[in-house]
Design a protein around this ligand. Sequence first.
Ligand code: 13P
Length: 254
Amino acid sequence: MRKKIVAGNWKMNNGLAESQALITEVRGIIRDELRLDNVDVILFPTHYALPSCVRLLEGSGVFSGAQNCHQEKSGAYTGEVSASMIKSVGATHVIIGHSERRQYFGEDNEICNAKVRSAIEEGLMVLYCIGETLEERESNSHFDILKSQLINGLKEINAQQLNNIVIAYEPVWAIGTGKTATSEQAQEIHAFLREQLSAKYGDSIAQSVRILYGGSVKPDNAKDLFLQKDIDGGLIGGASLKARDFAEIVRAAQ
Ligand code: 13P
């Protein structure tokens, strides 16, 4: 039985005061209304709000993570943040390979793989994102693209390290567009990804990997998505910026 995950990716939103207020609100609703025994909740604020996030969530059972990291440990990489720095503030998770990083910052599978390996070496849990564009889906090349993102991003990752990796399937055409993949479309891809993991790592390991769906998940479609056999929760963008909506999505995963 895989424990579900609901993760909030705030992207480049919220100043420090707003971040602290939202974290406090989410923490309050979770404490008063929700149970975390069958769902892991993770918040991904911006880098500079991360130390506050760790502090405000202490003792709540909610995890904190960063939206990206650099692949090197330290050095002359102006503006960048390494996995060890993320670890040093007490955060436990990092998102790697988000489509916005691939699209706007030129991150390819090779860079993503270097980042995944670096984060795993530091002992962080990785949410590794993959997803096809609309053109790739319409030209029916999405299975090849997803396979390549998955397998190349996980190059040199062994079965034991895979325990610390969660896959997030986020079709680019569904991100921030209000256009969610149907539960059947998402399930089809999740089953395909699990098959690929099974071919590489064996079936029992593949069955233990959590695969999240992301792309316009909202309180009213979350339950149906999370009921699918191979969908183990969600990576939430827009709806994670509203405490009540995010909490309702956590409830849908319980
Ligand atoms: P939306 O939920 O806003 O579509 O964003 C999804 C996403 O990119 C999460 O990482």
